[in-house]
Ligand binder design. Structure first.
Ligand code: GSH
Length: 316
């Protein structure tokens, strides 16, 4: 897939950064934190930061949905990249629809090497760019969602929305890990397994988790009760892509989400929260995955899924 080594793009991955069925997650690279503190390099400010992402990526999704639901749309810019990867990973494409307002980059890796000319690592979305210091602040989706949740409340339209409430932090951390391991990474382990046994193990762990979550959500509206928290958005990002992408393209085909009564209602419930739908572009999602991973690049027309179908999760 390719990566940066000492700030230079190269087409092959180097040892320690090769993705396969056993290694699916790597150190993101940039871990600075935005904080209201006179001594901090990065303070919360309106119009200072830009979130780079595309609609394909489920990790970007947790940051973009937090930005929407906190009401930070006019505080933190959003810069979209082309949904499908090019020869040098994420890029702005050649349709003219996507451009980089910061440094006129054609590829995302240029923003990485502009931030750290010696950067070695994978070039991933999402990325939070500081327009003032002209560098990446952080490229870890969990950290970005957390910062949007807690550090921008003075500018947020909905400061009262809290996806990491103090009283639930231990349970949230636990569910975050479970969803990351079993679902977000679990589908990739199915895709990238190098042999039948590894694939079957990944497949069984994935569906065991979906069965467990379907049961868990039979009595609770959201993972931790009556309001959504961080792990709900991590799970949503996987579930909303599942039937269109992972079921067919990633060989995760024991059951679809529409076959799980509770998970399917839960996915619609989250989707129908105001402003969530604008973070989901199923056509872009399909293009992003199929054009790159399927052998012929053909994007399937189906399945036909109605995320707006009413749900009765409000009764729980
Ligand atoms: N560290 C990242 C990982 C995100 C991630 O895996 N993004 C994928 C897109 S969905 C990516 O950009 N992959 C490119 C690569 O790893 O080379 C995070 O959690 O924010």
């Amino acid at each position: 897939m390719g990566m940066l080594v000492n700030g230079i793009w190269q087409d092959d991955d180097v040892v320690g950064f090769v993705r396969d069925g056993k290694n699916v997650r790597f150190n993101s690279g940039f871990h600075d934190w935005i904080k209201e503190d006179a001594s901090a390099t990065f303070n919360p400010e309106a119009s200072r930061y830009a979130l780079y992402l595309n609609r394909t990526c489920p990790w970007s999704h947790r940051a973009s949905v937090t930005r929407e639901l906190k009401g930070l749309g006019s505080v933190i810019d959003e810069v979209l990249l082309e949904p499908s990867m090019g020869a040098q990973c994420w890029w702005f494409g050649n349709s003219g629809e996507y451009t980089d307002p910061a440094i006129g980059a054609t590829h995302l890796h240029e923003l990485y090497s502009a931030s750290d000319p010696q950067f070695t690592g994978r070039v991933s979305v999402p990325v939070l760019w500081d327009k003032k210091l002209k560098r990446i602040v952080n490229n870890d989706s969990g950290a970005l969602a957390r910062m949007f949740n807690t550090e921008f409340n003075q500018f947020a339209k909905f400061p009262e929305v809290d996806f990491y409430p103090e009283a639930l932090r231990d349970e949230i951390d636990e569910f975050n890990d479970y969803v990351a391991d079993r679902l977000n990474d679990g589908v990739y382990r199915c895709l990238l397994a190098k042999n039948q046994a590894d694939y079957e193990l990944a497949f069984d762990r994935l569906f065991e988790a979906l069965d467990f979550l379907d049961h868990h959500l039979s009595t609770l509206r959201y993972l931790l009760g009556a309001t959504p928290t961080e792990p709900d958005w991590r799970l949503f990002a996987c579930l909303v892509r599942f039937d269109s992408i992972y079921y067919s393209l990633y060989n995760c085909n024991l059951r679809r989400i529409v076959d799980y009564p509770n998970l399917w209602g839960y996915t619609r419930d989250l989707y129908q929260i105001p402003n969530v739908a604008r973070t989901v572009d199923m056509e872009d999602i399909k293009k992003g995955y199929y054009r790159v991973i399927s052998r012929d690049g053909i994007v399937p027309k189906g399945p036909s899924i109605d995320l707006n179908e009413p749900h009765s999760r409000g009764d729980l």
